[in-house]
Design a protein around this ligand. Structure first.
Ligand SMILES: [Zn+2]
Length: 367
């Protein structure tokens, strides 16, 4: 597939973006459309329309990043509540519609792979790297020995639901004390509101950016106020940064990465978040004196990490027999072979669906 392009698809809550990506990770063209609300068929139609709009490029394969649980065969969306997908055989549907080998990836895994191959990871040359995405919740991806770790069922690296606080705050997943309840965009707002309610005069600047009440404080107000020197807003970042570090220390105790790449909207605050994170991490890291400090660096690709990562994973032949066959078929340009592969992966998907219980989807926390 040397010299060829692949398409990366990022299905967001408001926009579906498709990019044409070179093998060097360069985005050469892109288009986007609004995400249809809770209409699985309409979402599929938009993906197909956008991919087909790039018919002038010699696209070899399609990689799709989905916010949800994806099976380890990179074929089915097990559960994507925001898109209305349960046990959706998305690979088969897209392959049939566009006639190209397709893989489905969890969006946080795709972003981690994008940063590893073409963002913060490429510059560093590390092959043991963990991405932590701090958005409304916490997502992430694990790369060890240069291999994306999906787990046995494809649902690993759900960092946000690591339990940091026994009997702590209730999480949307139904458990208590999950990491994302303490270190995320939502946690930042919650912390800032709590501090502002206790110390209104000190928080005057931050409060003035909203409607004057602690409840009116939103995420951008906290960042804006902290950048302008508001002590309470700065303290909110310190609290959340410390919690971010405590979760990272647990992850590092298990996996010993060379670096954490921190992405997501909250990281736009830069050192307001990452300075307290690094301080607390250094203070808490197990056997700190016997090991080098793990690097903690901001992500570099921003919103493009998911598209670039998904596109690259679509050309990665090491991640599944189906995909290897499809890649060979695509490289030889044989339509008959592609059709054959689509048929065989359809059969494999059906067999897999039959083996797996839908109960998995209900019992597993979403992102
Ligand atoms: Zn949780």
């Amino acid at each position: 597939m040397s010299g060829s392009y692949t398409a990366g698809v990022d299905i967001g809550g408001t926009k579906i973006a498709v990019g044409v990506v070179s093998e060097d990770g360069e985005l050469v063209d892109s288009k986007r459309k609004s995400t249809p609300v809770r209409d699985a068929d309409a979402v599929l139609d938009v993906i197909v329309e956008l991919v087909q709009a790039f018919g002038d490029y010699d696209i070899a394969a399609v990689g799709i990043g989905v916010a949800g649980l994806v099976d380890s065969g990179r074929s089915r969306v097990i559960f994507a509540p925001n898109l209305g997908w349960v046990e959706e055989p998305l690979r088969q549907q897209v392959e049939r519609a566009v006639g190209l080998p397709t893989v489905i990836e969890n969006d946080a895994n795709a972003a981690a792979w994008g940063e590893y191959r073409f963002g913060a990871g490429r510059r560093r040359g590390d092959h043991d790297l963990i991405m932590v995405t701090v958005g409304t919740g916490i997502g992430g991806g694990i790369i060890l020995g240069g291999v994306l770790q999906r787990g046995a069922n494809g649902v690993g690296a759900e960092f946000g639901h690591l339990r940091l606080v026994p009997d702590g705050r209730l999480c949307g997943c139904g458990r208590h004390g999950c990491w994302e309840q303490y270190a995320s965009g939502n946690a930042l707002v919650r912390t800032a509101r709590g501090l502002a309610a206790e110390r209104r005069p000190e928080a005057a600047l931050m409060l003035s950016l909203g409607d004057g009440t602690p409840e009116g404080v939103q995420g951008p107000h906290v960042t804006d106020a902290a950048q302008r020197g508001d002590e309470v807003a700065i303290e909110a970042f310190e609290v959340v940064g410390a919690w971010l570090a405590r979760g990272m220390v647990e992850v590092a105790t298990l996996l010993d990465p060379a670096a954490f790449v921190v992405g997501g909207g909250v990281v736009e605050a830069g050192d307001l978040l990452l300075a307290p994170t690094k301080r607390e991490y250094a203070a808490q890291l197990v056997a700190r004196s016997q090991r080098p400090m793990t690097d903690i660096v901001p992500a570099e690709l921003g919103n493009l990490a998911g598209i670039v990562g998904a596109a690259d994973l679509a050309r990665d032949p090491g991640s599944g027999a189906d995909q290897r066959d499809a890649a060979v078929a695509a490289a030889t340009g044989s339509a008959a072979k592609v059709a054959q592969v689509v048929e065989s992966s359809t059969a494999a998907a059906k067999a897999q669906a039959a083996r797996k219980s839908p109960a998995v989807a209900r019992e597993t926390p979403g992102r």
